[in-house]
Design a protein around this ligand. Sequence first.
Ligand code: F6P
Length: 354
Amino acid sequence: MKRIGILTAGGDSPGLNAAIRGVGKAALGHYGMEIIGFRDGFRGLAEDRTMDLSSGQLSGILTLGGTILGTSRDKPHKMMIDGERRDMTAAIVATYERHRLDGLVCLGGGGTLKNALRLKKAGLNVITLPKTIDNDVAGTDVTFGFDTAVAIAAEAIDRLHSTAHSHHRIIVVEIMGHRAGWLALAAGVAGGADVILIPEIPYEIDNVAAAIRQRVAQGKPFSIVAVAEGAIAQQDPSSVDDARADAAELVYAGRTLKLAKALEKKTGLEARLTILGHLQRGGTPSAADRLLATRLGAAAADFVARGKYGVMVAARGDGVKAVPIEEVAGKVKTVPHDHPWIVAARRVGTSFGD
Ligand code: F6P
């Protein structure tokens, strides 16, 4: 009988519980495997903190946001222990061996892929599933959590429209996504934002102001500017690097406030800033994310059954593909300039500030 471990790492994302359920029900019910949950990402693995997933814990979680296992951004090779950063790889390998695991399923995004690769090199049989609201994982069509976050951000833009319209204001809305623009782009197009700013297309503030003034001239003295948190101005090309990632929120927030103030000056319209923040990651997953997470989770159990390790279970069309972890770890999937969503947005008059 095979025994597998499962953990969720990195920022949480709607659909994690659906994926845990998918892996767990397929592993337990279909394949007769044993499954152990590790709490709080790689930290729980290093500290051997587990959660029994064999008796009822997998029921009733399909629709739940967050993750029943808990999560953290801890990295195996530099974990804060008693105030200092320590390499906990050996402790993780020891936990894996103590539980006599055949494989470890890690649900996470870009950071998790890098950590999974480290554990693969340390000799563990790892499988990853691509989750993140940012949709920036290379090698997969899409990540679970993205669809839900797009719907939340698009609904926010809808609501901001009526108040921007009533007050003749600019509303700058900051949307998550780290260094990729997928979320701001999709929500911006779906919500009909007038300007969409994404990291992949550095913007010129005068072009943004000109687009807003043009709308005023057309009798539309209000505008919604959807800004990816990682968007950068052409004249301020500093981007948020990994070293500063912990302080990313503060860096991002400062930037969008400056942008709103500058647009106020350049257009003569009042501007307000709305930061959607963690609202975008909370709550029940969409039906599409539940479906994606369930099929990727069930496929992970298939991979364990076949002994196919060292791979990410990627979504490809309606199917799945085993992508070697080293092919995608450390890569960020950004939005290509000729992506159909960008082309369509430009056709309907959306400005990208370039
Ligand atoms: O990667 C998901 C994400 O929500 C990013 O969009 C955002 O930059 C980051 O996580 C926020 O991280 P935290 O939850 O640690 O503040």
